[in-house]
Design a protein around this ligand. Sequence first.
Ligand code: ZN
Length: 178
Amino acid sequence: MTSRPAKCSIHSAVIPAKAGIQLYFEDPQGEKLDSRLRGNDGVLQGVAVLTIEASVMDALLAETSLAHPLECCGILLGEHNHITAIQPAANVHPQPQTHFEIDPQTLVDAHRAGRNGGPQVLGYYHSHPTTVPEPSATDAAMAAQDGSIWAIIGQGEIIFWRDRNDGFAQLSYSILDG
Ligand SMILES: [Zn+2]
């Protein structure tokens, strides 16, 4: 990761996919997103699926460290494909070293807040304390295939996935400062 430039600019336009993983691009989200992705030279660098506040990236890594060696988990909040905040949750799974289950009350509260004008529930996050941030067999079995976003944190890296009806697809993303 490069150092952060001035406010409201992009410091990693499109995160390259890991070898062997097809990076998944969705339809452009409109002019606003396109303009955010133009580099200093004004050239469109690519259309990322997600935009994520830098503070969210920091918070995900902090939650991962705090929970280690257990898995942390929680909810991704924002609007459309822009993640603005996280809601940490208790991991209520009986084997939190290798599994996660978001406290159902936290989920209920987040959905209720969204209906009452708060940020929307865009998806979920959890950490892999000892493995790569790719969906495990357990994750695949748990997937609702409902189009939600999954952030997985592992080995110091954060990867965002779309829980699609044909499986998990890695999403491109841009980080926004300010
Ligand atoms: Zn997992």
